[in-house]
Design a protein around this ligand. Structure first.
Ligand SMILES: Nc1ncnc2c1ncn2[C@@H]1O[C@H](COP(=O)(O)OP(=O)(O)OP(=O)(O)O)[C@@H](O)[C@H]1O
Length: 311
């Protein structure tokens, strides 16, 4: 490949380095460093008040960092020559002039940014809103407003997309649409950074996660690796009226037995067939025998335990 054809792969990479934001009484973001790669969806996760929105706003130069830097393709946001062509952002449910139609809302933004007029139609089509193009914004549902916000972010055909809680207020069909849409953008080689509280959705959507708590990095990496790195891996869940007998039958081996708040046994260190055989051998009646794999929610809760968000 000639030099003219190859683009540096980090052209759309986000790099957050030693970033901090001190508000009057709160250190909202505390020496935070992480990277976000092109061609992948990265979930940005943290409990309430962890500093997610503040970080995204610093990336977009809407909040000035107290220390550190946040760059996109090696440049801080104000240094980008054509920001809308480089970065699209949806920070909160889209707001627009209530009496304006969807298409006119997009035309106003694209005109102000010097983008071609047809980009408004293209962006509206991209998010499936063409049938509602001429309806007024005040008649849009929350889901339609979210889509319009995304259409606005896509006007400049940006290589980097940053979204703060995009699934808020969406119905299941809307969430599924959003998942397919964002995965499609990443598959085109774009960088997609999404903050969310919906951990089960994130597990379906994200390739990588960045988890923060109390303004600090807790973990970053591919979702599978982050889940796999937990000390508590696969465990077996058992419900039985003879919990003591089963616990005794497993004693002396590698099994580690705990009881959950509903009285079920959570057994680590052995697999389900081993537990089943031990139960059979001891004549223990089983009402449930399930293998539980760690999911993003469990890992998130374990990693952020004790780092409550409200500060
Ligand atoms: N403009 C501000 N002035 C003072 N404190 C602020 C300001 N913005 C945010 N904070 C505080 O900074 C901390 C981080 O807030 P931030 O909104 O970034 O967290 P978050 O992770 O996005 O939370 P949530 O998930 O609840 O939206 C919180 O304690 C918040 O109260």
């Amino acid at each position: 490949m000639s030099d003219g054809q190859s683009r540096p792969t980090n052209d759309a990479q986000i790099v957050v380095s030693g970033l901090s934001k001190q508000y009057r009484n709160v250190l909202a973001v505390n020496n935070l460093s992480f990277t976000v790669e092109p061609g992948r969806v990265t979930g940005f996760l943290g409990p309430n008040g962890a500093g997610k929105t503040t970080t995204l706003r610093m990336l977009l130069n809407l909040v000035t960092p107290t220390a550190g830097t946040a760059t996109i393709g090696g440049r801080r946001y104000p240094e980008l020559a054509e920001p809308l062509r480089h970065v699209g952002a949806v920070l909160e449910a889209s707001s627009a002039h209530k009496g304006r139609t969807g298409i006119n809302h997009l035309r106003v933004i694209s005109a102000a940014a010097g983008l071609p007029r047809q980009r408004a139609d293209e962006a509206l089509a991209l998010v499936g809103l063409t049938p509602a193009a001429k309806r007024k914004f005040k008649g849009y549902s929350l889901g339609m407003k979210q889509r319009l916000g995304i259409a606005a972010a896509m006007l400049g055909d940006p290589r980097v997309l940053i979204l703060d809680e995009p699934a808020n207020g969406l119905d299941p069909e809307g969430i599924r649409w959003m998942r397919g849409f964002l995965k499609g953008l990443a598959a085109e080689g774009r960088t997609v950074l999404v903050s969310s509280h919906l951990l089960s959705e994130m597990q379906l959507l994200a390739d990588d996660v960045v988890i923060i708590a109390a303004g600090q990095l807790v973990r970053q990496g591919p979702v599978d690796q982050v889940i796999g790195s937990m000390a508590q891996g696969v465990r077996v869940r058992v419900r039985t009226p003879q919990a003591e007998a089963l616990t005794s039958a497993l004693a002396g081996g590698p099994a580690r037995v705990q009881t959950d708040e509903h009285g079920a046994l959570l057994i680590a260190g052995v697999d389900a067939p081993t537990v089943g055989r031990a139960a059979l051998g001891a004549g223990v009646e089983l009402h449930e025998l399930t293998t539980e794999r760690p999911d993003l929610e469990r890992v998130f809760l374990e990693l952020t335990a004790g780092k409550a968000g409200i500060r």
